[in-house]
Design a protein around this ligand. Sequence first.
Ligand SMILES: Nc1ncnc2c1ncn2[C@@H]1O[C@H](COP(=O)(O)OP(=O)(O)OP(=O)(O)O)[C@@H](O)[C@H]1O
Length: 337
Amino acid sequence: MGITVDNVSKQFGSFKAVEHVSVEIKSGSLVALLGPSGSGKSTLLRLIAGLEKPDSGRILLTGKDATNASVQDRQVGFVFQHYALFKHLTIRQNIGFGLEIAKWKKPRISDRVNELIDLVQLQGMGDRYPSQLSGGQRQRVALARALAIEPGVLLLDEPFGALDAKVRKDLRSWLRHLHDKVNVTTVFVTHDQEEAMEVSDELVVMNHGKVEQIGSPAEIYDHPATPFVMSFIGPVNVLPSHSQIFQRNGFDPTHAEAFLRPHDIIIETSPDAASAPATLDRLVHLGWEIQAELTLEDGQTVSVFLTREQFDQLQLQPSQQVYLKPKKAKSFALQDA
Ligand SMILES: Nc1ncnc2c1ncn2[C@@H]1O[C@H](COP(=O)(O)OP(=O)(O)OP(=O)(O)O)[C@@H](O)[C@H]1O
């Protein structure tokens, strides 16, 4: 089921939570709504679900206007951050709950529940209660329950938000595989850019209730449309365009600031006509990557990421004088406030 959000706005009192948002979500895709806290992601998800009504604009499901359709009529499955499983029901009963309500016959429910237990890889745990599962397992039950009714759309609001980093990372790739198997159109809310990039086909980057950019993870990383997107997706150095690092290498950032990814700066140990001198302040070893913190002669601080191999070749020592060259920098046209 494809989703069209057409110029939708939603206000709470005088606060504009979602402002003139238009998004096209292709049938069968997995799309992340990504943005900082309060940017309107959950409100947009709730508008798609029918849990909120837009003040203006339209929501179309499979091309049909569903703006005024009830939640039940929209065929959506939900999973929220805090697994709302029924404590007094077993895993099997939790997964089958919606099917009982829909008055499916007992043997058919049993078959479907078995199928879902296999799908979310909780074989042998069907007779346990939620309290006897880990957080990650409970979220898998919540997903199975949401999928039981064969929804046209799956809506996930920070589904892994309450789990620890390791479990969260495992569940991301698990979710991607699950999606590839069931292929249901999925909208996933997260404020974690790495999670969004790993899991989704497309990202909708939101800020202050508006869409900043829509695109694949690679498009958004390589061609950020706004300074906000450039800073929110991945680490960045923001330097004044008159910084020494730009003066000897032909870059001509015409705007006040230039954005430079830490991976896009070359460190050399001897000077040439295109490099700017800098002092190495600190090295942070992050296993496969080394982060170097440096200060240019004009006092600007810069962060550079090196691979292990680059680091070993350079043999850097703290306080060493080195020379920096940007591979590529980006500046943005000034925007209206
Ligand atoms: N029912 C409501 N009544 C009043 N204000 C609301 C309501 N729901 C959301 N808001 C406000 O709208 C803004 C956007 O909220 P929303 O939950 O959509 O943001 P979010 O991007 O999902 O943030 P988070 O990641 O923190 O959940 C917030 O400032 C929030 O306080």
